[in-house]
Design a protein around this ligand. Structure first.
Ligand code: DC
Length: 238
């Protein structure tokens, strides 16, 4: 097997990364956070915690129970009474998401849940519960978390903070490809509109809005490949 210099250098950078860092990756929808976070977790043998999946799972539960998102007391109670779990998966699906023991990994990616999740994420008492769970999972370090408020709220003392973003058009194109690969047939303009709307809701909500932490490193990924972003972040960790 021929090993390129590139690979040797990449291996060196990974070897220099301590085993117990907390890596926080925030940014808007479709910036490539989860793809990047999974690859970093793989390379460093870290635990990947997809916090968006937790908000999605809670949203799925509320829809399933037929509760209105305007009835925040009921929403909070439903989430408090439920068990949301992230379990290690396999090659195709690195993380499996469960709600009260039922696997919902694929179901939480539907366009309907994607549309509704910002409503749930705007409820403070729901966020409190999920944030506590996220802090608990991250306690021992050796973790990569991606979300909107990891560097600002969940782990303000994270060792490495990244704000990963891309222009709305690039993000919509990426989402289109992802959904097409999953067998859906979405319309580009609708996706773009949804992304802009979701950015606005996530950025303007009162509690834990999407914003870059003062000590985060900004990465604009429009013209970068996934591997370039991953390599850049691993370098920042070592
Ligand atoms: O990353 P994602 O698209 O799977 O996230 C789904 C939604 O959850 C997104 O609209 C914002 C919300 N979210 C949040 O408010 N805080 C987080 N830490 C992660 C996600």
């Amino acid at each position: 097997m021929v090993i390129s210099e590139n690979q040797i250098r990449k291996g060196d950078a990974e070897a220099r990364v301590p085993k117990t860092l907390q890596i926080a990756i925030d940014g808007p929808a479709g910036a490539g956070k989860s793809t990047v976070a999974k690859k970093i977790a793989d390379a460093l043998e870290y635990l990947y915690i997809d916090t968006g999946a937790m908000y999605r799972a809670a949203t799925w539960l509320v829809v399933q129970k037929g509760i209105s998102f305007d009835d925040s007391d009921q929403v909070v109670k439903a989430v408090a009474d439920s068990k949301i779990e992230l379990r290690p998966g396999h090659d195709e699906e690195k993380i499996l998401v469960f709600v009260n023991g039922e696997e919902v990994t694929k179901l939480i990616r539907s366009q309907n849940i994607t549309k509704l999740v910002s409503k749930l994420a705007a409820i403070g008492a729901v966020r409190e519960q999920l944030v506590n769970q996220q802090r608990h999972l991250a306690l021992a370090g050796g973790v990569v978390l991606d979300g909107r408020d990891i560097g600002t709220v969940v782990l303000p003392d994270a060792n490495v903070k990244i704000f990963l973003t891309a222009s709305p058009a690039v993000r919509a194109k990426r989402r289109l490809k992802e959904l097409q690969a999953a067998g859906e047939n979405p319309d580009y303009d609708t996706l773009l509109k949804d992304i802009i709307e979701r950015d606005q809701m996530d950025t303007n909500r009162e509690i834990a809005p999407l914003r870059m932490a003062d000590d985060a490193v900004l990465i604009l990924s429009d013209k970068m490949s996934v591997d370039e972003v991953v390599a850049h972040i691993i370098k920042l960790c070592s």
